[in-house]
Design a protein around this ligand. Structure first.
Ligand code: KIV
Length: 275
């Protein structure tokens, strides 16, 4: 069944959990789509897990469009959400609408995601009015890493918790169809989820969200630079890949690979004429 923003709305109404993972390329998107997920986020986390930056701040619109195109070609039934990179919407409402439009037109995403609460109300509102579904993102928003002084859990004291509730309500009022809550205490997330009529998608936000999202390299154990506390490793593919790469190197060096079955045949007569 095709997943759309309506699927997300209905899931909240029916109290059914939503599932999302990130993806950045065609073949991974195809695998995740075949598994029957609700949504794929082409996250700006690609800056860290694919491009090797230490944060998401250097990711460009061109990076996002390039990877969103690849993911969109890989999915049949999954809702594709593309991240608006740092400074692609902060500068003006006009920039927000133009850049969101590029992710839809060129990247073929179905929706966009942008970070922030009350302060980005006007941007979410304008993008939604341009018929582009918006997923909000509040809490530990990685594009604010310098403002936060690091990747820190948000909403821990009363004032910060109240601000997060205001942010969540603003994102909903501005017209977002869902909101990501990242790095927020679980009990506060439960309260926010109860207050909102749009689904909350959690990452490091406990079990009481309406859905969950993880970075796929984290949950498969493929990325070792940094593993946040909230990640569950469903596989140790990084270790398995290393063994496979080492075996390949050894087999090539020893002449074990390629074997006869990996080659192509030619008539003996043809070969004889060449000597
Ligand atoms: O960029 C990303 O992958 C994200 C998720 C962690 C929600 O924003």
């Amino acid at each position: 069944m095709k997943n759309t923003v309506v699927t997300f709305k209905k899931a909240k109404e029916m109290n059914e959990k939503l599932t999302m993972l990130t993806a950045y390329d065609y073949s991974t998107a195809q695998l995740i789509d075949n598994a029957g997920i609700n949504g794929i986020l082409v996250g700006d986390s690609l800056g860290m897990v694919c491009l090797g930056y230490e944060d998401t701040l250097s990711v460009t619109m061109e990076d996002m469009i390039h990877h969103t195109k690849a993911v969109s070609r890989g999915v049949k039934n999954t809702l594709v959400v593309a991240d608006m990179p740092f400074m692609s919407y902060h500068t003006s409402v006009y920039d927000a609408v133009v850049n969101a439009g590029r992710l839809i037109k060129e990247g073929r995403a179905h929706a966009i995601k942008l970070e922030g609460g009350v302060e980005v109300y006007d941007k979410i509102d304008a993008v939604v009015k341009a018929s582009i579904p918006v997923m909000g993102h509040i809490g530990l928003t990685p594009q604010s890493v310098n403002a936060f002084g690091g990747f820190k859990v948000q909403g821990k004291d009363e004032q910060a918790a109240k601000k997060l509730i205001e942010d969540a309500i603003a994102v909903e009022k501005a017209g977002a169809f869902a909101v990501v809550l990242e790095g927020v205490p679980s009990k506060l997330v439960a309260l926010i989820t109860e207050k909102l009529s749009i689904p909350t998608i959690g990452i490091g936000a406990g079990v009481d969200c309406d859905g969950q999202i993880l970075v796929y390299q984290d949950m498969l154990g493929m990325f070792s630079d940094f593993t946040p506390k909230f990640v569950k490793k469903y596989e140790t593919l990084g270790e398995k890949m290393k063994i496979a790469f080492e075996t390949y190197i050894e087999e090539v060096k020893n002449g074990v690979f390629p074997a006869e079955e990996h080659g192509f045949k030619i008539d003996e007569e043809v070969i004889e004429k060449l000597y």
